[in-house]
Ligand binder design. Structure first.
Ligand code: FES
Ligand code: FES
Length: 160
């Protein structure tokens, strides 16, 4: 067994692993954080996207043992437990959550994008969305939701 120390959704944690587990394995199986989805397991679909040290990463492609000291944020960690995060709210308001399988990964992708650059261009938003497969929406609702998410996120910055 190997101990790995991380900060997960704002809490310091020591996780004991065998050694070959991916971040996605550990989130879903060791920590029961099943909001992060297993789609392809090969880095192609984006369903498993979380934020590590401020960057959107595909958690199926990251070995957990390499994350000593990392700050990890998952979909479970972005709301305050009562109110949805502005990006989550935008996806609901824009009716862009159909089966919802792709939604957490896309929201975490946009979270990383907007926290780094709240003024991201439409091209940058589309580039971020391009990393994600969605079988349900036909993508246009995702673009609209992402633009609304950016608006809500920027408004939330003014409220702080
Ligand atoms: S499950 Fe990780 S990219 Fe598809
Ligand atoms: S809403 Fe079903 S896969 Fe995107």
């Amino acid at each position: 067994m190997q101990a790995v120390n991380v900060t997960l959704n704002g809490e310091k944690k020591t996780v004991y692993i065998e050694g070959g587990e991916t971040l996605l394995d550990v989130l879903r199986e060791n920590l029961e954080l099943t909001g992060t989805k297993y789609g392809c397991g090969q880095g192609a679909c984006g369903a498993c996207t979380v934020v590590v040290n401020g960057e959107a990463v595909k958690s199926c492609m990251v070995l957990f043992r390499k994350l000593e000291g990392a700050e990890i944020l998952t979909i479970e960690g972005i709301s305050d437990g009562v109110h949805l995060h502005p990006i989550q709210k935008a996806f609901v308001d824009a009716d862009a959550v159909h089966c919802g399988f792709c939604t957490p990964g896309i929201i975490m992708e946009l979270y990383a994008l907007f926290t780094k650059n709240p003024d991201a261009s439409e091209e940058e938003i589309k580039k971020a969305l391009n990393k994600h497969l969605c079988r349900c929406t036909g993508y246009l609702p995702l673009i609209e939701a992402a633009k609304l998410a950016q608006k809500y996120y920027k408004e939330s910055l003014k409220e702080v």
